[in-house]
Design a protein around this ligand. Structure first.
Ligand SMILES: Cc1cc2nc3c(=O)[nH]c(=O)nc-3n(C[C@H](O)[C@H](O)[C@H](O)COP(=O)(O)OP(=O)(O)OC[C@H]3O[C@@H](n4cnc5c(N)ncnc54)[C@H](O)[C@@H]3O)c2cc1C
Length: 145
């Protein structure tokens, strides 16, 4: 995630780098999604032949070769559990916020959301987001007493 300008109203540039990370050097993730599309096409072929299903909407009949399918997946696949861009941690250890959610080096600014996890939660993340919100409410209320 990169700031586009010094104007805080400008949305940042967010690049998820799907299929572009060191963790997928041989393109296995990309190939797996393409294989998934082919599998579903095979499984549903009879539905089209029997007229039960009318037409594949996405990626659509015009997208057939492996290259075309890979292009489709690269441009359309997305995940919705983004997290960890402002991790809790020490200022000199790559942390952005302290354990009381204050942004290092900035006065009167706390961050409490999915960005503060030091590591990606192992499961769907929203329950962890609720928990970090509860924890932050306690920390903030206690700091006022
Ligand atoms: C389609 C979809 C499906 C999902 N399904 C699941 C699921 O099944 N299970 C699961 O665990 N997780 C799911 N997630 C992920 C989960 O919803 C998010 O990880 C979680 O909501 C992130 O919480 P957050 O508080 O970090 O951000 P958000 O929930 O995005 O909260 C950010 C808030 O800030 C507000 N905001 C933004 N800009 C400003 C501004 N300038 N001023 C004031 N307010 C502002 C927004 O309106 C929003 O209310 C899903 C996400 C998506 C998109």
């Amino acid at each position: 995630m990169t700031l586009k300008s010094a104007d805080p109203r400008d949305p940042p540039d967010i690049d998820f780098r799907y299929f572009d990370e060191d963790s997928d050097p041989d393109g296995q993730d990309l190939k797996s999604v393409v294989d998934g599309i082919k599998f579903v096409r095979k499984a549903t072929r009879a539905l089209y032949e029997k007229g039960i299903a009318k037409q594949e909407l996405l990626p659509g009949d015009q997208v057939q070769s492996d290259e075309e399918l890979m292009d489709f997946v690269r441009s359309q696949a997305w995940g919705h559990h983004a997290s960890c861009t402002c991790p809790i941690g020490g200022e000199y250890d790559g942390g952005v916020v302290s354990s009381d959610f204050r942004v290092h080096g900035v006065k009167n600014l706390r961050v409490v959301d999915a960005s503060v996890f030091p590591r990606i939660p192992g499961f769907f993340i929203v329950s962890s987001v609720y928990m970090i919100g509860e924890k932050a409410a306690d920390v903030i209320l206690n700091s006022r007493s």
